[in-house]
Design a protein around this ligand. Structure first.
Ligand SMILES: Cc1cc2nc3c(=O)[nH]c(=O)nc-3n(C[C@H](O)[C@H](O)[C@H](O)COP(=O)(O)OP(=O)(O)OC[C@H]3O[C@@H](n4cnc5c(N)ncnc54)[C@H](O)[C@@H]3O)c2cc1C
Length: 401
C-alpha cells in the first residue's frame, strides 16, 4: 500500500484502498471495506473521534423521523439495524434506546409529523402521538408551554459518538485493516482520470488502487475546486448544565432525547458520561475554521441556552453551566450528504457533507460506499455531486423542511 512497506493483507489479490478520515463516515467505510475483502489502510490527521472532528462529541442522536425525506428514514432504519447487529457482534453497548421526544410549536408542523409517521411505519418503526396531558404525566420535568404537537419515537435514542469512532477503528484492525496517524496534503492533487498515489504532509506517497476521502469539515480545503463552494463549515455550540444532586429526572433513566421546534430547533441528550445535561441550538452558526477556530463558548450562546433551559426545564432554572463544546456542521446547500466519485478521477471517492445529521448513518454509509467501491455502480442521485450543477427551481430544500 504505502512506500513504507506492506500492510497486513486481507487477501492476496484484494483491492488496496486508502481511506482518509476516521470519523463516522470514514471509520465505518474502512471497516466495511475490510470486511468486504479489501486491503484497507485508514489514515486520520489527529485520531478517531478527536476533539475537533465533527464526530468527536460524547453523544449523537439516532432517530428515523425525517418528515418527507423518506430516503433518510430508510437509511436511518438500516443504520439502526446495523448499529444493533454490531453491538451484538462486538458485545459492546454503543447505543442507548431511550426514545426521542419531538415538540412542535406551529400548526404548520403537522405536515412534517404526518409524513414522518408514514415513513417510519413503512420500516416497522413507531412514532406515537402524545396529548399534552399524556406528555406532562410522562415527562413532568419538561414544561410543554407553547407546544402544539408532541411525538415520541421509541426506537430512537443516542449513540456514544467519540467512543464508537475509536471502537470501529479497533474492529477494523481486528479485521486485518491498518490504522495510521497521517494527514493527506491539502489540496489533493488529481491529475488524469485515475489517482495512483496521494501525498501525506510528511512527503510520503501513499499508493493504492482506490482512495476514499471522508474528511468531514476539511473536505473543502482538500478539494477546493470540486467542493470549496459547496461545503459551508459553521460554528455550533453545545452546553452542559449541572443537575441537582441525587436527582435522576434529567438522566437517561427518566429523560429521552428531545428536539424542540417551538421558536428555533433546540435539542438535547441526557447521559453524557455524567458531564451534564446537554443542550444545543441547531441553527446554523457563523463560518468556522475547523483546524484553528477558537472553541470557547460565546457569552451570547451561554445566555440563550440558559434562557431556554429555564423556560423548558424549570427545575434547571439556576443550573450551573458545567461544560461546553464548539463543534462544526459541514453543510451542503441542500443538507444532503455527498457520496460520489471525484468528477475527474473514477478511483477517488468523496464522502461527507453530514450537514449536522450524519453521525447516526455511519454504518449505512460505510456499507453503501464499500459496495460502490467493491462492486461498482452509481451513488443515489440525492448524494451525487451532479445535483449541484444547477440549483433547483425554488432553491435548495433544507433538512427540516
Ligand atoms: C454539535 C453537533 C451535533 C450533532 N448532532 C448530531 C446528531 O445528533 N445526530 C447525527 O446523526 N449527527 C449529528 N451531527 C452531525 C455529525 O456529527 C456529522 O455529520 C458526522 O460526525 C460527520 O462525520 P465525518 O466522518 O464526515 O466527519 P468527521 O467526524 O469530522 O471526521 C473527519 C475526519 O477526517 C480527518 N481528516 C481531516 N483532514 C484530514 C487529512 N488531510 N488527512 C487525514 N485525515 C483527515 C479528521 O481528523 C477527522 O477525524 C452533529 C454535529 C455537531 C457538530
Amino acid at each position: 500500500m504505502t512506500t513504507e512497506g506492506p500492510i497486513r493483507s486481507a487477501g492476496r489479490n484484494a483491492l488496496r484502498v486508502a481511506v482518509f478520515g476516521a470519523g463516522a463516515f470514514g471509520g465505518w467505510t474502512a471497516y466495511a471495506l475490510a470486511r468486504g475483502g479489501a486491503r484497507v489502510t485508514l489514515f486520520d490527521a489527529w485520531g478517531p473521534g478527536h476533539a475537533r472532528a465533527s464526530s468527536g462529541g460524547e453523544t449523537r442522536v439516532i432517530r428515523a423521523t425525517y418528515g418527507s425525506h423518506s430516503v433518510y428514514t430508510a437509511m436511518a432504519a438500516r443504520a439502526l439495524d446495523l448499529w444493533r447487529a454490531h453491538e451484538a457482534r462486538w458485545q459492546r453497548r454503543l447505543i442507548r434506546h431511550i426514545g426521542a421526544l419531538w415538540m412542535f410549536g406551529s400548526p404548520g408542523d403537522a405536515r412534517f409529523v404526518a409524513a414522518s409517521g408514514e415513513a417510519l411505519a413503512a420500516h416497522g418503526l413507531a412514532l406515537d402521538r402524545l396529548t399534552s396531558s399524556e406528555a406532562a404525566r410522562r415527562f413532568p420535568q419538561v414544561s410543554f408551554d407553547g407546544i402544539l404537537e408532541i411525538l415520541f419515537e421509541p426506537q430512537a435514542g443516542y449513540l456514544l459518538a467519540r467512543r464508537a469512532c475509536e471502537h470501529v477503528v479497533e474492529c477494523l484492525m481486528a479485521e486485518g485493516g491498518e490504522y495510521r496517524l497521517g494527514a493527506a496534503e491539502s489540496p489533493v492533487r488529481v491529475e488524469g482520470s485515475s489517482v495512483r498515489a496521494v501525498r501525506l504532509v510528511t512527503g510520503e506517497m501513499v499508493e493504492a488502487d482506490c482512495f476514499v476521502f471522508a474528511c468531514g469539515p476539511w473536505l473543502g480545503s482538500l478539494f477546493p475546486e470540486t467542493l470549496g463552494n459547496l461545503l459551508s463549515v459553521t460554528r455550533q455550540e453545545v452546553f452542559y448544565f449541572g443537575t441537582p444532586a441525587g436527582d435522576d429526572r434529567f438522566t437517561d433513566e427518566r429523560m429521552p432525547v428531545w428536539i424542540d421546534f417551538r421558536d428555533r430547533v433546540m435539542y438535547g441528550v441526557p447521559g453524557n458520561a455524567h458531564r451534564g445535561f446537554k443542550i444545543a441550538d441547531d441553527t446554523t452558526g457563523p463560518i468556522f475554521d475547523p483546524t484553528s477556530g477558537d472553541r470557547d463558548a460565546s457569552a451570547a450562546g451561554i445566555a440563550a441556552a440558559r434562557a431556554f433551559v429555564a423556560d423548558r426545564f424549570p427545575a434547571l432554572s439556576n443550573a450551573p453551566l458545567v461544560g461546553s463544546e464548539v463543534c462544526q456542521y459541514e453543510s451542503t446547500p441542500d443538507s444532503n450528504y455527498i457520496i460520489d466519485r471525484h468528477p475527474e478521477a473514477a478511483n477517488l471517492w468523496i464522502a461527507g457533507g453530514g450537514s449536522g445529521h450524519g453521525y447516526k448513518m455511519g454504518p449505512a454509509i460505510g456499507e453503501m460506499i464499500s459496495s460502490l467501491v467493491l462492486d461498482g455502480g452509481q451513488p443515489p442521485p440525492l448524494f451525487a455531486l451532479e445535483r449541484f450543477a444547477a440549483p433547483p427551481v425554488g432553491g435548495w430544500k433544507q433538512k427540516w423542511s
